[in-house]
Design a protein around this ligand. Structure first.
Ligand code: COA
Ligand code: MG
Length: 294
């Protein structure tokens, strides 16, 4: 399993100021954005600055690049420039489904070979729900051999546009049912494919309590990380997707109880029945914690 990446910060690649700031943050992954955050007139500038960042940045964060969609006029230039500099991964916007991940993988195979990079080293994270057709293809991810796939993430903005919705929110300001359904489908498809499930961004970036609540729910549901758009969101996301000390202690107690039970399928921990699914959950918590400390 790949290292768990909790916080994924979008950085518009045409902004020198934001790129300069990004290098010093604690994001598990930076996503240098060449797509929606960069207007057509700035695409070349964004690509050039992303390359410079890949060459020069000293950062603990993984460096990913969101290229333009596969059918855009910019993609070939994006890939030709970026892959030579060996980013950790490529975020692919607006894929039609796993077939586009296969296409991108073949292009990466060729470019990695050309630049003497290890074949298969660069990973892929699709934004897997940006069109209705893409949502209908989510179930194909677990059935397709995609060794570069790190996991799946989802977005609600482009999907709303694609289906002609006026908004993706309900009366309370939460995601409307369609988008909550798509979010759950992304979680299940990512897990079924053996990958990480990355929740979408929280756009009200000044609302720290709201983000903390959203991220906390996502972690308890099984998401392993979340997209971010502002530096202030990064520490909140990192903390929310790291098991708490209480969760760790409980997991250790469950594992110890099974170790002491000499082969029983069910034991008691703090007066509660605990069986094999709880043991697996406890092992999962310890593995998650260990991954964040790597
Ligand atoms: N990455 C790196 N640095 C960022 C940043 C980001 N995503 N967002 C803000 N910053 C920097 C600012 O440049 C500023 O730097 P300074 O301390 O050197 O002045 C600092 O963080 C504080 O920013 P703030 O003034 O609070 O916000 P802002 O008004 O400059 O920017 C946004 C607000 C929403 C425009 C900005 O956060 C942003 O561009 N986010 C990413 C958007 C994006 O990529 N969208 C596409 C994916 S959906
Ligand atoms: Mg978009």
């Amino acid at each position: 399993m790949s290292k768990i990446l909790r916080s994924w910060l979008f950085v518009p690649a045409d902004s020198e100021k934001k790129l300069a700031k990004a290098g010093g943050l604690e994001a598990d992954a930076l996503i240098l954005d060449l797509e929606d955050a960069v207007l057509p007139a700035n695409k070349d500038k964004g690509r050039d600055l992303a390359c410079k960042f890949l060459q020069q940045a000293r950062t603990k964060s993984q460096i990913w690049v969101r290229i333009n969609p596969l059918d855009s006029e910019y993609t070939s230039e994006d890939l030709a420039a970026i892959i030579a500099l060996a980013p950790d991964g490529i975020m692919l916007p607006k894929p039609d489904g796993p077939v586009d991940i296969e296409t991108l993988s073949r292009r990466l195979d060729r470019l990695e070979a050309k630049h003497n990079l290890p074949i298969g080293g660069i990973q892929i994270l699709p934004v897997a729900t940006e069109t209705a057709r893409a949502v209908m293809s989510l179930g194909l991810y677990p059935r397709t051999h995609l060794p570069r796939l790190l996991g799946l993430t989802w977005g609600a903005e482009d999907l709303a546009t694609d289906i002609g919705a006026l908004t993706n929110k309900d009366k309370n300001g939460d995601f409307a049912f369609t988008y909550r359904m798509v979010r759950s489908q992304t979680l299940l498809a990512a897990k079924a494919a053996g990958g990480q499930a990355i929740d979408t961004l929280y756009d009200n970036f000044r609302d720290k309590d709201g983000l903390r609540a959203r991220a906390g729910c996502a972690f308890s549901e099984g998401f392993t990380g979340m997209l971010a758009i502002h530096p202030a969101q990064v520490p909140i996301i990192n903390k929310s997707f790291t098991p708490t000390l209480a969760q760790l202690r409980h997991a250790e107690a469950v594992i110890q109880a099974f170790a002491d039970s000499s082969g029983a399928g069910a034991v008691q921990v703090n007066g509660k029945m605990t069986d094999i699914p709880h043991l697996k959950q406890a092992q999962n918590i310890l593995a998650l914690y260990a991954s964040t400390k790597e």
